[in-house]
Design a protein. Structure first.
Length: 113
């Protein structure tokens, strides 16, 4: 998705994309509709796989990058990370996805321009 889209439009598009594939998506924290940061928690069958963040690069383009704890870390680390992020930036969006093919989703999302 383009970096020019508002946070709410990009979040809605992401959720529709996931649901169209037969997977699950939920908004855990709704941020600012226009400028909120986007953070995605990717799970597969409830198991944490990755956290992705829409970040502005030096060339002025938004790209999805990995952020947060590693998949093998405890659930406490993920909870603390997400809590710190939403406390620091209450305008951010937090979206949880549960997808059947998490590696494919992560690769497609982080490589998309």
């Amino acid at each position: 998705m383009s970096g020019g889209l508002s946070a709410s439009v990009e979040a809605t598009g992401l959720i529709r994309r996931i649901e169209a594939a037969g997977d699950f998506a939920a908004v855990l924290h709704k941020g600012d509709a226009e400028r909120g940061a986007l953070l995605i928690v990717v799970r597969s069958k409830g198991k944490y796989m990755a956290c992705l963040e829409r970040a502005l690069t030096l060339d002025g383009v938004y790209r999805w990058t990995k952020a947060g704890p590693e998949p093998g870390d405890s659930g406490d680390k993920l909870g603390q990370f997400l809590s710190r992020r939403t406390d620091f930036d209450p305008d951010s969006w937090l979206i949880e996805l549960d997808v059947a093919q998490p590696e494919r989703f992560i690769a497609e999302t982080t490589l998309a321009t």
